[in-house]
Design a protein. Structure first.
Length: 66
């Protein structure tokens, strides 16, 4: 499980990496579902846990914009 902390107006991206554009949604999720779990809330910060198939990349928004 990947654990991220996010503040208001921050986000994260989930996307396939190095997959052919003709791949269907069914093929993409054949490796399993994506589960997002809220682990903790403290003031204006939320801790999020993400379980996803290994063929998906999860990046904080500030990293994926580089």
């Amino acid at each position: 499980m990947l654990i991220l902390s996010r503040k208001p107006n921050q986000s994260f991206d989930i996307f396939p990496e190095n997959l052919p554009p003709e791949m269907t949604i069914a093929e993409l999720f054949a490796g399993g579902k994506i589960t997002v779990q809220i682990l903790d809330v403290r003031g204006s910060q939320v801790k999020i846990g993400i379980d996803a198939p290994k063929q998906l990349t999860i990046l904080r928004d500030e990293i994926s914009k580089r």
